[in-house]
Design a protein around this ligand. Structure first.
Ligand code: NAG
Length: 323
């Protein structure tokens, strides 16, 4: 195979989900639909949490941040499919590709950190309810979310610095629908030993295992506290909120692990890409659904805001009618 080096790799070619011309339109429509649903669902949540003062609690603030992150994640990954269909342009400049990797990685790190913060929030709320308002006050909550955002963006810097120093590439064709770090890494023929070390130490231990352990500890405490609750009603309510959190955490980690370990097939319409699509497009839709639309507080806030909107609209209409 022809070897490229950095002077020739000024751009990468993104193959997309499938190269078959017949499939382009259906894929575009499917992705557009997924994207619009993600945008709509997450925007409703952000709006509800901002507008409804019943939802001005740490848990919902974190959820609001999570929705913004979900939206950012799917924008980074899906906009390429949409724009390629419209413009027909498959090439992406080297720097844009690096930027994609950086932002996508950072958003995922942020998401893992926010889920950890949420598990801590639930831990305090359930295991230490009397001190909850004192421990999770506005300042702490704001500080936690700022730390999550900044840490997520810092954590990706070593990877990006190392990747941008790769000078040799086997090819410049990325068999994916966005600039996936793993795919670019596979294309490189530079010495990747340092990258591997960083990947295992920072990536696996610091970014994945540590937050995962923290979440596990929180949930173990939470579950053992829930077991001790005497009243059936209280137990069910506590369990109900936590089960949705645990579902989201498990889903995210399971998909990340699978993604990271998947075998590297390179041709045809492979299931890996479809899985990746599920991972990057469907999970951001599932998150708000699992967290919010199953949640009684959110549902009643939704009803309240709708009612408010309708009465306001009716009033305005009535007024303008009079004038
Ligand atoms: C993130 O959370 C903080 C507090 O925890 C909140 O003040 C802020 O509005 C949230 N930001 C977004 C974009 O949701």
């Amino acid at each position: 195979m022809e070897k490229f080096n950095q002077t020739t790799v000024k751009y990468f070619i993104i193959t997309g989900i499938s190269e078959s011309p017949i499939l382009q339109a259906p894929i575009f429509l499917l992705v557009l639909l997924l994207y619009l649903v993600t945008l709509g669902g997450n925007m409703i949540i952000v709006l509800l949490i901002c507008l409804d003062h019943h939802l001005h609690t740490p848990m919902y603030y974190f959820l609001c941040n999570l929705s913004v992150l979900d939206f950012c994640c799917s924008t980074v990954t899906l906009h390429r499919i949409l724009s390629t269909f419209v413009t027909g342009e498959r090439a992406i400049s080297y720097l844009t590709c690096i930027a994609h990797m950086y932002f996508f990685g950072s958003f995922i790190c942020d998401e893992l950190l926010f889920l950890t913060a949420m598990s801590y929030d639930r831990y305090v709320a359930i295991c230490n309810p009397l001190r909850y308002t004192q421990v999770m006050n506005g300042g702490v909550c704001l500080l936690l979310s700022i730390v999550c955002w900044i840490l997520g963006f810092l954590e990706m810097i070593p990877f990006i610095v190392l990747i941008s120093r790769f000078t040799c590439y086997k090819s410049n064709i990325i068999n994916h629908f966005f600039c996936d770090t793993v795919e670019v890494f596979k294309l490189s023929c530079s010495d990747t030993s340092i990258f591997n070390i960083v990947l295992v130490t920072e990536g696996l231990i610091l970014l994945c295992l540590l937050p995962f352990l923290l979440k596990c500890i929180s949930y173990v405490f939470i579950i053992s506290t829930i077991m001790k609750i005497r009243s059936n009603f209280g137990r069910r309510k506590a369990f109900y909120t936590c089960s949705s959190h645990i579902t989201v955490v498990i889903l995210l980690y399971a998909t990340l692990c699978y993604q990271y370990q998947r075998p590297s097939t390179t041709d045809g319409l492979d299931y890996n890409k479809l899985f990746s699509l599920f991972n990057t497009a469907a999970l951001p839709i599932l998150n708000p659904m699992i967290y919010s639309f199953k949640n009684k507080d959110v549902k009643s806030a939704f009803r309240r805001q709708c009612k408010y909107l309708i009465t306001h609209a009716a009033c305005n209409w009535h007024l303008s009618f009079k004038v």
